[in-house]
Design a protein around this ligand. Structure first.
Ligand code: XMP
Length: 521
């Protein structure tokens, strides 16, 4: 059972923007970029009935992009009464096409795909474009295009291939843009969103991390009452912030537990134990479950199966260990919005099950407290800083719950863990020495279980390769591979083959997300 603390919370000050999700990879980013402007935004499925939307009393609606064409059979759509709510609407990409299609404009299918950075000329520098200089550039990704705006609308901007790159009906407060204001390749995107939120929709900007604290603390106290709570900590920012937040809410009722599943990076268990022992004293318990996880993973190759086993073993160990400590009713998780969306049934495509969500067994006896289910990583980081967490925890690169198990592409064994741990430590050391650690959103080593021939000294080797992965991302939903300097790659490569026995080849992953994911599994 999940206690959806912040989901149930009303939007701060009643100021809510609802983003209707038509399946774009960027939908979450839209919500996040709106929140960065100080307005709480939440994502709902594109087919949410108009009545339900009306009941949420949104200040504005945003229609997201999506992969469909309005002419596709079964294309996601909204009922026309959505446009009678009297609420300002911003349509983005597919959202603009849908708006044009339903309100009587003309959408031309599959004309010529416009993709990437595109020059944009603004024809009406008011409304959403107020204060934005023309010409400028924007990020495009579409096949269909609006060629005639609906009655009452005028075209506000154009590009070489989009005669209606933006349109607006100032009276009804409806706007549409063909480009993506939410991605950073549209430099004026934040300003455009701000214009829409503040000037068009009349928002006041009541969302910030202090509001989260104000909202969350009384809710957590009320939910937990005088019950006892366990919090699993991993050393990452999500669980650490969750622990400190719940500690602030209920103090002594909270006990933190660290389960060493043997899938962490070199030196991590030691530093987690040191930090939490100092902070929580006897309310912190460390459990060594390395053997148990390794045994449970024996013979398992399928990534989803690994996640399921790790998630289940994790909770079982938690339950057993906690029952030794007395009676607990609640368990805290640092689950984020992005974990929920990627694992959720409503997402555009179930990409992978994050172990702290999909891996939970159905018969769990403890009630989940997930205070960050509706927060994005950067919001949790800001909150962590507010709560006084040290910078090294707040800015630590994210590390997946199933740990090194999903970076061994094949069966997990003690020997392979040892190889990967040593390789990963070298990658981290060299990136840090080159001053790149903080610039890179996530970097690591990965061990695919294939072997290739090499030669070392006078002898033939037949060993594993190590794949280096380094990506830059704002939201972990999309990511670019990092152009690492060749001399850094060279140093890493030399050290890996010389220092890690069992490795004779080094590869660098030059795939972005999409189409690849950040992790290999
Ligand atoms: P992907 O591989 O989906 O990763 O592009 C996006 C981000 O999520 C992390 N990740 C996980 N985190 N449990 C987690 O707690 C998981 O099962 C899991 N799988 C991926 C990944 O490291 C990246 O930061």
């Amino acid at each position: 059972m999940t206690d959806d603390l912040l989901a149930a919370a009303p939007a701060p000050g009643g100021e809510l923007v609802v983003v209707l999700d038509f399946g774009a990879q960027y939908s979450q980013l839209i919500a996040r970029k709106i929140r960065e402007q100080g307005v709480y935004a939440t994502l709902v499925p594109g087919d949410t009935p108009t009545q339900r939307l009306a009941a949420m009393s949104p200040r504005a609606l945003v229609l997201s992009g999506g992969p469909a064409s309005v002419y596709d059979e079964g294309a996601p759509t909204v009922t026309p009464d959505l446009f009678d709510l009297g609420v300002p609407i911003l349509g983005i990409c597919y959202g603009q096409q849908l708006m044009a299609h339903i309100l009587g404009g003309k959408v031309e299918p599959g004309h010529q795909r416009e993709y990437g950075r595109t020059a944009l000329t603004i024809d009406a520098a008011d409304g959403v474009f107020a204060g934005i200089e023309s010409p400028t550039s924007c990020w495009m990704s579409h096949g269909d295009r609006v060629v005639e705006p609906p009655e009452g609308f005028r075209s506000l901007a154009h590009t070489a291939h989009s005669p209606v790159a933006a349109m607006g009906n100032a009276e009804r407060r409806f706007y549409g843009v063909q480009f993506h204001p939410e991605v950073r390749h549209t430099p004026f995107g934040p300003r455009l969103l701000r214009n829409f939120l503040y000037d068009i929709a009349g928002c006041e900007g009541r969302w910030n991390p202090d509001v989260v604290l104000e909202e969350a603390l009384p809710r957590i106290r009320e939910r937990i009452g005088d019950g006892r709570v366990l919090c699993g900590v991993s050393g990452g920012v999500d669980s650490a912030t969750a622990a400190v937040l719940v500690d602030r809410a209920v103090g002594d009722q909270l006990t933190c537990m660290f389960i060493d599943h043997g899938l962490l990076r070199q030196g991590e268990p030691e530093s987690v134990i040191a930090f939490f022992t100092e902070r929580f004293g006897s309310r912190f318990v460390a459990v060594d479950a390395r053997e148990r996880f390794l045994a449970a993973l024996a013979g398992v190759v399928d990534p989803e199966e690994k996640r399921r086993i790790i998630g289940e073993t994790f909770i079982r160990v938690f339950e057993e260990e906690s029952s030794r400590l007395g009676d607990f009713q609640f368990i805290v998780h640092g689950t984020l919005q992005s974990d929920v969306i990627e694992s959720g049934p409503r997402s555009a495509a179930t990409i992978k099950t994050h172990h702290n969500v999909g891996g939970l067994p159905a018969d769990m006896r403890l009630t989940n407290i997930e205070p960050f289910r509706h927060l994005f990583k950067d919001e949790v980081r800001r909150l962590g800083l507010r709560l006084g967490l040290p910078e090294e925890i707040v800015w630590r690169q994210p590390f997946p719950g199933p740990g090194l198990a999903i970076r061994i592409i094949g069966e997990v064994t003690a020997e392979r863990l040892e190889i990967l741990r040593a390789a990963d430590a070298i990658v981290r050391e060299e990136l840090e020495a080159a001053g790149l650690e903080r610039e890179i959103s996530q970097s690591f080593a990965c061990l695919p279980i294939i072997r290739s021939t090499g030669v070392m000294g006078d002898g033939r080797t037949y060993s594993y390769p190590i794949v280096i992965r380094a990506v830059e991302t704002a939201d972990f939903m999309t990511a670019d591979w990092v152009r690492l300097p060749p001399e850094v790659l060279e140093r890493i490569s030399t050290r890996l083959v010389n220092e890690v026995s069992g490795v004779n080849r080094v590869l660098y992953d030059i795939t972005s997300k999409p189409p690849a994911t950040i992790e290999w599994e």
